[in-house]
Design a protein around this ligand. Structure first.
Ligand code: FAD
Length: 469
């Protein structure tokens, strides 16, 4: 420990409880851990030195980016013997190449900073999510983050061109290439994407950029339910090709939670609707503004009684206000108190029935519980959250019913061919359920990969990989 303290200096090493405290709990405040020290290296050499020393001393490392994980993936255990390794100080954008359409960003770069840097060269990094002002590139890679543009550009996995990482052995993997094609066998880069810090520390990445948006149209739609929403999505796609980027679904109770809990928000439509959709369509520079096309298509959908009402943002400020409603749902739920949260996926065609059937089944089985389910409808990804009965002590309800609710929802998803983690990962909050439902083949393969790359088990233990039985 003393040699790490010497090597990293006061900016890179602390054991001060006050300085460490904000980083020892997860974003939702459900899990509280302890750490032997908080290390904040300034460069990849320091990361290497840390991992080498940790391997020699058999000390665990918990990598951390913005600490916005929804599954407490970056929170150390309560044992207090692990080193918390924050990548925050490694926040340089090393290069931006409009020729290659590639940015090289260090692990600690905040997502919105990368958005701004790409915009300055007429490009964009096409991944966005509610935590864009907090989440960092290393964390986004390590969770294979999704967000609101997956419909068109895929998850983080499809945007990572190359990776630089320090492996659990302390060796540096220099995979920061800008190559679009590279078929040299097993793909270490892709193994590290979504590994949740269990296979090494990501220190930088080369990331795919796409042309900047020339214009965008953002609309808010009120309609009766998910079947109409899915019909609308396919109709818009057929009419506009690739231009639909986001198609986010929110029931009336999700919008109500935002309006109740988030200052400065207001209802976008005159009446209330069972379901609301936020649609974004974009056009490249020089192409016709998509506002006219979207307005026309939504007008026709209203005439056909597919939708009940719609408004297309008339300015950037209005577009941002509509997006704020969608991106504030997680925060609004946090204000409302504890809930059993699920981040599930089913095939897109199964979403409408799933939403109706799962809600009815859960509310029947857990008397008084209230389902708040919203999400990325076009990706088949639903954040299916179950709130305690009105007036109940939320924490106590979660303590007594949470595990049963989780198992009920995950089994419901499982028999429909779905996944219990669409985009948030496994972390520690989903570990038991993952172990219960994954099946031996998947589990054995995961454990074999973990053993091969991290035989000492020092990288983020207790997350993602269930221990062998
Ligand atoms: C309001 C809100 C909205 C969100 N919306 C979405 C959404 O739409 N889609 C979505 O996918 N997620 C969403 N999330 C979850 C979260 O933002 C993502 O999981 C994000 O990718 C985490 O990034 P981070 O930098 O905060 O990582 P952290 O929380 O710090 O870490 C996440 C995991 O990655 C590991 N890790 C972090 N950095 C490194 C590194 N450099 N090397 C190796 N491992 C590392 C950690 O150990 C941990 O396991 C949301 C979260 C919030 C709070």
């Amino acid at each position: 420990m003393a040699s790490l303290e010497r090597q990293l200096g006061p900016k890179g090493f602390t054991r001060d409880p006050l300085a460490m405290e904000p980083w020892l709990s997860d974003w939702r405040g459900r899990v509280h851990g302890k750490a032997a020290a908080l290390l904040s290296p300034a460069n990849v050499d320091e990361v290497q030195a840390i991992v080498q020393l940790a391997a020699e001393a058999r000390v665990a490392i918990v990598p951390q980016g913005g600490n916005s994980s929804m599954v407490a993936g970056a929170t150390p255990s309560a044992a207090g013997d692990a080193l918390l390794l924050s990548l925050r100080r490694m926040n340089a954008i090393r290069s931006l190449s409009p020729e290659d359409n590639v940015a090289i960003a260090e692990a600690g770069v905040i997502l919105s900073d990368l958005h701004e840097a790409a915009a300055r060269i007429g490009r964009r990094f096409p991944l966005s999510l509610g935590a864009k002002g907090t989440a960092r590139i290393g964390g986004l890679i390590s969770t294979n983050a999704g967000g609101t543009q997956v419909l068109r550009f895929g998850t983080m996995r499809s945007l990572v061109v190359g990776i630089e990482a320090v492996l659990p052995s302390g060796e540096r993997f220099d995979g920061l290439s800008a190559l679009r094609k590279d078929n040299r066998g097993y793909d270490l880069r892709q193994l590290l994407v979504g590994a949740e810090g269990t296979l090494g520390v990501v220190t930088a990445a080369s990331l795919r950029l796409v042309p900047a948006v020339g214009a965008r149209a953002v609309a808010w739609v009120g309609l009766a339910g998910p079947p109409a929403a899915l019909t609308l999505l396919r109709r818009l796609e057929a009419a506009t090709g690739e231009s639909i980027e986001s198609f986010e679904a929110m029931p009336a109770n999700a919008l109500a939670a935002v309006l109740r809990n988030i200052p400065g928000t207001r209802a976008p439509l005159a009446g209330t609707h069972e379901w609301n959709i936020l649609v974004e369509a974009t056009a490249p520079v020089g192409a016709p503004d998509p506002v006219d096309a979207l307005t026309g298509l939504l007008g026709a959908a209203q005439e056909d009684e597919l939708i009940e009402d719609a408004v297309v943002a008339a300015s950037e400020a209005q577009a941002e206000a509509l997006w704020k409603l969608r991106e504030s749902i997680a925060e609004a739920e946090r204000v409302d108190g504890p809930a059993a949260k699920h981040d599930v996926s089913v095939p897109v065609s199964a979403v409408p029935d799933f939403l109706v059937e799962a809600r009815a089944a859960v509310e029947k089985r857990f008397a008084g519980s209230r389902v708040l389910a919203f999400g990325h409808l076009g990706d088949g990804n639903i954040h299916f959250n179950v709130q305690p009965p009105v007036g109940a002590d939320g924490a106590a309800w979660l303590e007594s019913e949470g595990a049963a609710v989780n198992a009920f929802v995950h089994d419901f998803v499982g028999v429909r061919g779905g996944s219990l983690s669409a985009e948030h990962g496994i972390g520690q909050l989903k570990l038991a359920e993952f172990a219960r439902t994954a099946g031996p083949v998947r589990l054995h393969a995961l454990q074999a990969i973990k053993r091969a790359l991290d035989p000492l088990g020092i990288m983020n233990p207790g997350k993602l990989v269930p221990p062998p039985a």
